[in-house]
Design a protein around this ligand. Structure first.
Ligand code: GLN
Length: 447
């Protein structure tokens, strides 16, 4: 009830929710009370959560912030939500995002932008902007987002939350609307590292319905909540600490490094030499996969169907022209071009090779260190509208998070201070593949 009241009081301004499921939430809360009375208690029993609108939810409208799916009521649940529901978690509703998770500011939504609760003139980050804003505005205790190139970590950073992108394959993608399938990964946005550990432990694990989920045992991540980083080797990649980094961000990083030193960690410098190519490589691979994944929206099986088409081809074309927003169309065109015969070798195949080099940079670095420390974003949250006319500028917002997805490894964003203008700044801790326990430990010691 208190979360619903908070949503009622704040969401006309924040616009974190696309769909609010208040009645269902109160029913689920009553059922959780009974579950607790019967002594059947999990850490998440009765805890009010909300999900990015990219997770399909049985019987509950799932739009992915697109007009294309405005009327889509899924007949099944995503595995992540099923696992949370099985623990007795309560869903408050579905959260705003960039359309099909394409964006860095939550401005590419068919349902209007989400506003940063710290300053409503600013973006909350994206694409999981609603997931971070809802936690920051205390509308939900914790939320789930997805991260293809930074979409959990970057909004968490801009809203002063914790955001964890697990290793590719750690969490099932079943029932997560696909953007770029080789990069997409599910993860929590929370108030603190403890909640992130609990949420991750609940959703992680092998799923027979997602062949890319990995059959490795799920550790009890809450056992990594130790304030101890003595002897931990923390690396600073020189390519990430460049001139031109926002001075407030630089200051927050310097202070964080000092904190780790005091806690007994060993700080070393490393190089990740292919960093410069990450953004270009990402925007070829992500758009190529998106162009293929989004081919399913043709107005026949589900989603928007144009009203007055004369024949089938025109129906496909009109439905897509009307249903998709500008950024989604831009990505489909870029990706189709990169995959087309004659250009495939020069763009897509080349990008795959560069991706391998970036992955190898990380694996090599992790032979000698435990954690890599970087900023999450080059600047604190920018103003709504500031970058919408310049897509390339917008794409650079994810320069520090994108390499982690290309490498398939894990990263966490933790609050690390406030800028002069009063906006949160996040610190990124990157771990080796399936090294979530180590980054949780390092994040917990810092927080
Ligand atoms: N901003 C990046 C993009 O637009 C990353 C988004 C994401 O992680 N989903 O593709």
């Amino acid at each position: 009830q208190s979360c619903l009241a908070r949503i009622e009081a704040t969401d006309t301004r924040v616009n974190a929710f696309i769909t609010i499921t208040g009645d269902e939430a109160l029913k689920a809360a009553a059922a959780a009370d009974q579950q607790i009375a019967a002594g059947n208690i999990h850490s998440l029993t009765g805890v009010p959560l909300a999900l990015k609108d990219i997770f399909v939810t049985k019987g509950i409208r799932t739009t992915c912030a697109s007009k294309m799916l405005d009327n889509y009521i899924p007949p099944y649940d995503s595995t992540s939500w099923l696992k949370l529901k099985d623990c007795g978690a309560v869903m408050l509703g579905k959260l705003n995002q960039d359309e099909f998770a394409m964006g860095s500011s939550c401005e590419n939504s068919a349902y209007g932008p989400t506003r940063n609760p710290w300053n409503s003139e600013c973006i909350p980050g994206g694409s999981s902007g609603g997931s971070a804003a809802a936690v920051a505005a205390q509308q939900a205790i914790a939320t789930l987002g997805t991260d293809t190139g930074g979409s959990i970590r970057q909004p968490a950073s801009h809203c002063g939350c914790v955001g964890l992108k697990p290793t590719y394959g750690r969490v099932s993608r079943y029932g997560v609307i696909a953007y770029a399938s080789s990069l997409d990964q599910v993860g929590p946005v929370t108030r603190d590292v403890t909640d992130a550990a609990i949420m991750l432990g609940t959703v992680a694990g092998h799923d027979p319905l997602d062949s890319t989920s990995v059959a490795m045992p799920v550790p009890d991540y809450t056992r990594s909540l130790l304030s101890d980083v003595k002897g931990m080797k923390i690396a600073l990649p020189k390519e990430y600490f460049i001139d031109g980094l926002d001075p407030d961000v630089q200051k927050a990083m310097d202070a964080a490094i000092e904190t780790y030193r005091k806690l007994g960690a060993e700080i070393v410098e490393i190089t990740l030499p292919h960093t410069d190519y990450a953004v270009a490589c990402y925007y070829l691979i992500a758009t190529a996969e998106a162009s293929s994944n989004l081919a399913r929206y043709e107005g026949v099986r589900f989603g928007h169907r144009a009203a007055e088409a004369k024949n089938l081809l025109e129906m496909f074309m009109k439905s897509r022209a009307e249903g998709f927003g500008a950024e989604v169309k831009r990505r489909i065109m870029l990706g189709t071009y990169a995959l087309s015969s004659g250009y495939y070798d020069a763009y897509y195949l080349k990008a795959q090779k560069v991706r391998t080099l970036i992955m190898q940079d990380f694996l090599k670095a992790f032979e000698g260190v435990d954690v890599i420390l970087t900023p999450v974003a080059p600047t604190p949250a920018f103003k709504i509208g500031e970058k919408t006319s310049d897509p390339l500028q917008m794409y650079l917002s994810d320069i520090f998070t994108i390499p982690v997805n290309l490498a398939g490894t894990c990263g966490i964003s933790v609050p690390a201070g406030i800028s002069q203008s009063g906006l949160p700044i996040g610190l990124q801790l990157i771990g080796r593949p399936f090294g979530e326990e180590t980054i949780i430990r390092a994040a917990y010691a810092f927080e």
